[in-house]
Ligand binder design. Structure first.
Ligand code: ADP
Ligand code: ZN
Ligand code: ZN
Length: 753
């Protein structure tokens, strides 16, 4: 019997060794209660390793007790947590903090407090016939008696008996909630000893394995065969590059069905669940109750129930979820599909672990011996390169399914329109004409503007004063509803000043425009059109979100104005026109991925147009109509975008040619921060030479009252990233031990997005 257990606690610290008390049999991956820290608090830990090696500290605490019978993590999952901790430079405890639903990690000062917080599954009443009635003769005898004297009891008894199978007497259990019979009647039957009642955890009804699969087109079939062959030949990851509307989802469905039919588990990762409600519905139409959704809109209780249920499952599970579903305990995981693999929301920015779920999916396939499929119309340059170099398999779908054709794209020059007097509010005449025609035909319009709010900021026309956040170095965004100025970094909100606080001469006026302003203007220009807006401000809840989407899908609204939110995954048959209000602020981001992102986003928005029948139209408004990225969007030329961008990345040494690690240092006092960052930069330069860039001011260099400064480490893709992390880790450790620097927070972000 192993006498010691290394236990991972939800902290930014390494695992601690505890003694295993006599009589307690632990298994790796199991959750346990331990007492920890100077105050001996009760907290939850995961048994990481069992061994015989006595640690060399004098007082070794003991494990208190086991929390759930089943281990919460399988062996490959433990390896995944370890990989994440090592690759993203955090502790396994921080991975635990993020991976387990909060209700599964009780803690408390006392045993009582701890137990109070412990998760208790909701119990449910089940009813079954008394065993004696399983005998046909006995059953009929009772029935006859009741039929005359107590018809309601008779009906209830029949209902229970036929609950399992119509033709025979069922002695199985039926959930109380599924019965028509009321509780008084059931009570009486129970008192008479004719039925039994038990309490246990609600079980989920699982669907069968006959799925109605779509018939694939020859092209789709070819892509599917290619992927199958590559997987069969031992490739663990493949890329499915297919234009919007080509039927990538249909191919996923076929691969998913195969795995489920063999009893394996499948995970389908999607960028943002609220945005993919349609995808879940579509999956449910095919896979029925097999589908388990997992996302941030679920209650804590629901997430915990799902986690525990999966940890006990025998396989055949199908989870559709956001990035954190990579942590669900699917023990028979054979396939992970990452839809829209290029999407930046797969990367967790804050807090640690700053992981990318897409990359974790690729690693997970290796750990489980399963397969990972990355799907996108516009793959990230990293994945595209991995496929090009033969590291990943690849299949391509380059035509839309059925009659649907790709939309026609018009580039509309904003400056030229303004010169000719053909610009009204924020619309060029071309876009307004197209909107008018589309509405005339009874079809729908989507308008994309990547800024929410009414306008980006307010300005004094006299002295140029702008409203800025007192805590962050950014301008405040003007929201017309309520006439508020809001900081999109810290949430700080204030009233719009009546007079300019600086010169006190004039009113301040809104400058630039956001979704709210577009909504107002378009409603004014087309008073008969029904206009709705979809962005973070209008979507206050899942219900609000669904209402907006349902109205648009049912054509109760004609024009939908929105941010990024409208770009993903939607399939609205009535949309034949998409307008991109201002392509320039997408292209002018100070980020090496700006061009790639702008291309992906514009392609994705454009892809919403003309998904049925005879194509659609897209109008891109820009002040820079000859910009190569705009031209590449207009011709849908992904390969051209890749070629120009890869050349630039190579020249300036960015991913996929280099791996980036960004370091952000934070402190309230700018002087302490400055000397700290100089010190760290110097240390790193001694190790990494010219691979270190900075110190540099990040786009926003003050947030919530703290100053920020950055360093960037660029390591050649061919070099050992493990070695680089090791060296970096050692430098960061001695930096944090330096008394002058200890108070500085250092955030390490590996592969920043
Ligand atoms: P993608 O995921 O590549 O954007 P989808 O899978 O959403 O494409 O397909 C676009 C549309 O075409 C959807 O409405 C889908 O139902 C339909 N479609 C695609 N392939 C088929 C098929 N083989 N049979 C029936 N409908 C299909
Ligand atoms: Zn702020
Ligand atoms: Zn002023």
């Amino acid at each position: 019997m192993p006498q010691y257990a290394d236990i991972v606690l939800p902290l930014a610290q390494p695992a601690y060794t505890f003694a295993v008390p006599e009589g307690l049999t632990l298994r790796e991956g199991q959750a346990v209660a331990v007492r920890f820290g100077p105050r001996n608090k009760f907290c939850t830990g995961i048994v990481w390793r069992l061994h015989e090696r006595r640690p060399d500290f004098p007082r070794i605490k003991s494990v208190q007790r086991i929390l759930y019978d089943e281990p919460l993590l399988s062996a490959p999952q433990r390896r995944l947590w370890e990989w994440i901790a090592s690759y993203y430079m955090c502790s396994v405890g921080e991975v635990m903090r993020c991976a387990l639903p909060s209700l599964m990690k009780p803690s408390g000062d006392t045993e009582e407090e701890f137990s109070e917080e412990e998760f208790r599954p909701r119990m449910e009443s089940y009813v079954s016939l008394a065993p004696e009635l399983g005998n046909e003769e006995a059953f009929h005898e009772v029935c006859e008696r009741l039929e005359r004297r107590a018809p309601r009891q008779y009906e209830a008894l029949l209902e229970i008996a036929s609950a399992g199978d119509e033709t025979r007497i069922s002695t199985g259990e039926v959930a109380r909630r599924l019965l028509q019979a009321d509780s008084t009647v059931l009570h009486t039957l129970e008192r008479k000893g004719l039925i039994r009642r038990t309490e246990h955890e609600r079980t989920v009804e699982r669907g069968g394995s006959t799925f109605r699969l779509p018939q694939l087109s020859p092209h789709q079939q070819q892509a599917l065969d290619t992927l199958r062959a590559q997987f069969a030949a031992g490739r663990s990851t493949a890329l499915l590059q297919g234009i919007t509307g080509s039927g990538k989802t249909e191919i996923y469905i076929h691969l998913i069905a195969e795995v489920l039919a063999r009893g394996g588990d499948v995970l389908l990762l999607v960028p943002e669940i609220a945005l993919t409600a349609q995808l879940i519905e579509r999956m449910e139409r095919i896979f029925g109750s097999r589908v388990t959704a997992y996302h941030s809109k679920l209650t804590n209780r629901r997430r915990t129930e799902t986690y525990l249920r999966l940890s006990r499952s025998q396989g055949g599970e199908f989870v559709v979820g956001v990035r954190s579903s990579i942590f669900l305990p699917l023990k028979h995981l054979q396939l992970i599909v990452v839809d829209e693999e290029h999407d930046a929301s797969y990367k967790q920015a804050d807090p640690a672990p700053r992981y990318n779920a897409r990359d974790c999916a690729v690693v997970m396939a290796r750990l489980t011996g399963g397969r990972t499929l990355l799907g996108s119309a516009t793959p990230s340059l990293e994945s595209w390169s991995n496929a090009a170099s033969g590291k990943y398999g690849k299949a391509v779908l380059n035509e839309r399914y059925g009659e649907a054709r790709l939309p026609v794209v018009y580039i509309s020059d904003t400056l030229r329109a303004a010169r000719r007097g053909e610009r009204h509010a924020h619309f060029n005449k071309l876009l307004l004409d197209k909107i008018g025609e589309t509405l005339q035909r009874g079809e729908q319009v989507m308008l994309f503007q990547n800024r929410r709010g009414f306008s980006p900021y307010v300005e004094c026309t006299e002295c140029g004063w702008t409203a800025r956040c007192p805590n962050c170095n950014v301008t405040l965004t003007y929201h017309k509803s309520g006439r508020k100025l809001v900081c999109h970094y810290c949430g700080h909100t204030e009233e719009v000043p009546a007079k300019c606080p600086s010169c006190r001469v004039t009113d301040v006026v809104p400058v630039g425009f956001g979704t709210e302003k577009i909504e107002e203007e378009i409603a004014r220009i087309f008073p008969e059109a029904r206009v709705a807006r979809l962005d973070r401000d209008s979507v206050t809840s899942e219900r609000a979100f669904n209402a907006i989407i349902d109205d648009f899908a049912a054509r109760r609204t004609d024009i939908l104005v929105g941010t990024q939110m409208i770009t993903k995954g939607f399939d609205f048959a009535g949309v034949s026109l998409v307008g991109i209000l201002n392509a320039d602020n997408l292209l002018n981001n100070p980020d090496f991925r700006a061009a790639e992102r702008a291309f992906q986003l514009m392609m994705q928005v454009s892809g919403r147009a003309g998904r049925r029948g005879d194509g659609g139209e897209v109008v891109i408004q820009t002040g820079d109509p000859t910009n190569p990225v705009i031209r590449q969007v207009a011709t849908g030329d992904y390969e051209a975008m890749v070629r120009t961008q890869l050349a630039e990345r190579q020249q300036f040494f960015y991913p996929p040619y280099a791996r980036l690690t960004s370091l952000t240092l934070r402190h309230r006092d700018p002087e302490t921060l400055r000397s700290g960052v100089m010190e760290l930069a110097q240390r790193l330069r001694a190790r990494f030479g010219r691979r270190v860039l900075g110190p540099m001011a990040p786009p926003v260099d003050r947030i919530r009252g703290e100053y920020l400064v950055g360093l960037l480490l660029k390591i050649e893709s061919g070099a050992s990233s493990a070695r680089a992390r090791e060296l970096l880790g050692a430098e960061l450790k001695s930096f944090s031990e330096n008394p002058a620097c200890r108070a500085i927070t250092v955030v390490v972000d590996v592969d920043p997005q």
